[in-house]
Write a protein that binds this ligand. Structure first.
Ligand code: PBG
Length: 265
């Protein structure tokens, strides 16, 4: 299905209803019986699903990192003073400004092919995209460097797919269960709990990324930036033994509380 979100690519998505738009249209298709399941990029799925819908599972996560794409420059440090970098993600804007306050950030919209074309036409010196999206479309060779999470912290759920069904479709939930990746489901649940606790939407410059440590402990990093750029970037981390979804949520909520204590709002 092509959704309205796919069609309205040159306007700011937040003006037409946000990324939830992609999700909502597929939910309508499920309600109308035109679809049984909806496969979403978890990053685009609102924190709270509408009444009657559930995530049947979260699949094993693809690369969660952001990537620098540029015909000329192989890393952020190689970008010349005042280079033009394309991104429309508030999260990427605040994280990039913290790393390279001198670059000029310009809006970048459209589907992946459109974005890459605008780069190739010379409208930007570099653009930032999710590594997962490029890899899924076979465009991995466009990645010059994937940022380590400490350089550019990913969005909650980035790189993971979630499958949504009607809550009463126990038959489907059972059929889909083998696709679940429990570790990635728990870690993305913790990330999504940060966004939920912060009242996050795609218009909030918020990053949350959880990683399993060697000792089986889940570590979460979260960052918040002032959209106006007047306050310094706030960054926190926390870790916990996370054996179930209740504890994943608690870890995310704790990270959100730390963010707020440090000045995020
Ligand atoms: N912002 C839109 C969006 N939603 C999901 C992906 C692909 C990566 C993923 O599945 O997490 C993208 C593109 C991007 O951020 O570059």
């Amino acid at each position: 299905m092509t959704t309205r979100g796919d069609q309205i690519l040159d306007k700011s998505l937040s003006k037409v209803g946000g990324k939830g738009l992609f999700v909502k249209e597929l939910e309508t298709a499920i309600e109308d019986g035109r679809a049984d399941i909806a496969v979403h990029s978890l990053k685009d799925v609102p924190m709270d699903l509408p009444e009657g819908f559930v995530l049947a599972c979260v699949l094993e996560r693809e690369d969660p990192r952001d990537a620098l794409v540029s015909p000329r420059y192989a890393s952020l440090d190689e970008l010349p003073q005042g280079a033009v970098v394309g991104t429309s993600s508030l999260r990427r804007v605040v994280l990039l400004k913290a790393r390279r306050p001198d670059v000029r950030i310009e809006p970048l919209r459209g589907n992946l092919d459109t974005r890459l074309r605008k780069l190739d036409e010379g409208q930007y010196d570099a653009i930032i995209l999710a590594a997962a999206g490029l890899k899924r479309l076979g465009l991995e060779d466009r990645i010059r460097v994937a940022f380590e999470p400490d350089d550019m912290l990913p969005a909650a759920g980035q790189g993971a797919l979630g499958i949504e069904v009607r809550a009463d479709r126990e038959d489907l939930i059972e059929l889909l269960a083998p696709l679940a990746h429990r570790g990635d489901w728990l870690s993305t649940a913790a990330e999504r709990a940060v966004s939920r606790a912060m009242g996050g939407s795609c218009s909030m410059p918020l990053a949350a990324h959880a990683r399993w440590q060697a000792d089986g402990v889940l570590r979460i990093d979260a960052a918040w930036g002032d959209p106006e750029g007047n306050a310094p970037l706030v960054r926190v981390h926390a870790q916990a033994d996370v054996g179930d979804f209740g504890r994943a949520d608690a870890l995310g909520e704790h990270a959100a509380a730390l963010l707020r204590d440090a000045g995020a709002h």
